[in-house]
Design a protein around this ligand. Sequence first.
Ligand code: NAD
Ligand code: DAU
Length: 356
Amino acid sequence: MRKLTNIMVTGGAGFIGSNFIRYLFDRPEFKGTIINVDKLTYAGNAENLIDIDKIYGKARYFFEKTDICDLEGIKRLFEKYAMDTVIHFAAESHVDRSIFGPKDFMETNIMGTFNLLEVVREYWRGREDVLFHHISTDEVYGSLGETGYFFETTPYDPRSPYSASKASSDNLAKAYHHTYHVPVTISNCSNNYGPYQFPEKLIPLMIQNIQEEKPLPVYGDGKNIRDWLYVDDHNAAVWLIVNRGNTGETYNIGGENEWENIRLVHVLCEKMADALGKGKDHYKELITFVKDRPGHDRRYAINCDKIKRELGWRQSYDFGKGLDKTIRWYLDNLEWADRVRSGEHRKWMEQNYGER
Ligand code: NAD
Ligand code: DAU
């Protein structure tokens, strides 16, 4: 039986991690303690969890500004909190950044994961009531043509520095399970969307640019396909795996919701026009086809039958409603987006809540 009492969430100040922590504290049955371990890179923002900090801070929620590459720092946290679970979200996550500067991706995604695995190997020796859950991506499987799906058994074929670093970290997690019997589970998920996503990723970038009437950069011919999933649906799947997933197993998580980028951008233009009282096609004039991303994967599509069959998970968000909710959140939080884009969120946090 897993303890799930002192849970280290790495990368809990980022997009998916902060939504995960909020998701857990919204569940009355959740009685554990969360230790959010985050280096606060450009993508990390402690402000995302100010509400949680106010209610649970210093009792069941602790924030620790630590780099997962700092082995001694991570060991100190294990001494301090007696962690029995690690849910590992922390990563450099943006494909374009990995193309122009891959080094941080190798350090955090590979060496950071290696460090965490080394620490749990030492601290959890012989224990079976503990778990290391590794969060990963469908991009490790490569790129699909017009047909077919990624299964858990699909051979890895990463093609960007980002996906290569994530594939390496998945393999390390599998190796530590196989060789040292560290209790590990892994999930590979498709594209997430929702509140608190840094406005460099497609959906929040488009929302932001539409709102500011700036050009909407669509890469290549706009016909690349992604499979979109609302962030809470991803997090519900992660929590199910952490509770009931079989040790040593990989679970695919996906939206079963494929969209060509250009079609999705059209829908965003229409929804934003509706929200801001403009004509249906008003914002489509901003669409600008730009030079393609080097090595741009054509299509991702996840088969997630395994988690549905074995753990009873289902997507619960309709895409239209999820997009409406996301657009509403960004329009209600324009200052949040300004702060994270300019790096001003750090100064704002220091002024309002002290240094983090
Ligand atoms: P994000 O970039 O929004 O957040 C990453 C977080 O990790 C930030 O808070 C950052 O400060 C922190 N971090 C980075 N380097 C660190 C380090 N060395 N030490 C400690 N903290 C560090 O990313 P996200 O979109 O929330 O992705 C979270 C995880 O989910 C990643 O592992 C990513 O590969 C995976 N994933 C993301 C998606 C998606 O669509 N966004 C889909 C599937 C899987
Ligand atoms: O599939 C899961 C992955 O999804 C995660 O592992 C990554 O962390 C996450 O960033 C995401 O990767 P993508 O590269 O698919 O996401 P991004 O939002 O950068 O791009 C989505 C698609 O939109 C992709 O085909 C590239 C295109 N795009 C993106 C941007 C930022 C554009 O056409 N214009 C843009 O400005």
